[in-house]
Design a protein around this ligand. Structure first.
Ligand code: NYM
Length: 212
């Protein structure tokens, strides 16, 4: 008997949109309803590549912009065998950021095209559903000060948001825009409904290749 694969679910959005909170709540809700699920996040700072990225984000080291872009991508690729194994075992993965953050953040830097940024991530496991937690930059600012990591400035985040909007025009990806300005529970209810639909659908669909 073949077991039904898990779904690859991604949450994206600018900083302060509530992605991490919602990923945790979603995994818990799926598990409680008897659907095997695990959370992952990118960057995964626990690997050797993740250590390099973390040190860069914390401003403890400098890396050339193309180089750090490739490291973020390598950090996803190094986790692909584990991701595929879990999905094949029927475990759904709820992922806090993925290649879309990779492209949106690097292409917000001067001199980086969307196409160049997408290159290294072409062929990654394609998410069955990408939920974009939409929060306008003014509301994000109202949620408090940014931290001290790189990229955590209002000006940069506004450019990131517009790069995400460009990425969302691509119909080959199953995007769902979620209004993240609502209370945590309302956002959660919405996200859970889209996720359960996606999990129920994946039986009919093999895992795809991103941007191929
Ligand atoms: N980030 C995240 C990138 O620049 N490229 C990527 O590929 C990914 C996955 O890292 N500001 C940025 C977005 C965030 C930062 O994310 C770390 P988090 O979720 O705060 O750990």
């Amino acid at each position: 008997m073949t077991c039904r694969r898990g779904a690859l679910i991604v949450l994206e959005g600018v900083d302060k949109a509530g992605k991490t909170t919602q990923c945790k709540k979603l995994v818990q809700a799926l598990q409680e309803s008897g659907r095997p699920a695990e959370m992952m996040r990118f960057p995964d700072r626990t690997t050797k590549i993740g250590h390099l990225i973390s040190s860069y984000l914390e401003r403890k080291s400098n890396l050339e912009d193309h180089t750090v872009h490739l490291l973020f991508s390598a950090n996803r690729w190094e986790l692909v065998p584990e991701m595929k194994e879990k999905l094949e075992q029927g475990i759904s993965l709820v992922v806090d950021r993925y290649a879309f953050s990779g492209v949106a953040f690097t292409s917000a830097k001067p001199g980086f095209s969307l196409d160049w940024c997408k290159g290294p991530d072409v062929g990654l496991p394609k998410p069955d559903l990408v939920m974009f937690l939409k929060l306008n930059p003014a509301e994000a600012e109202g949620r408090g000060e940014f931290g001290t990591e790189r990229y955590e400035t209002t000006v940069f985040q506004r450019t990131v948001q517009s790069r995400f909007e460009q990425l969302m025009k691509d119909p080959s990806v199953n995007w769902q825009v979620i209004d993240a300005a609502r209370c945590i529970d309302d956002v959660h209810t919405d996200i859970k409904e889209h996720t359960v639909n996606a999990i129920n659908k994946v039986e009919e669909q093999p895992l795809g290749d991103l941007w191929k």
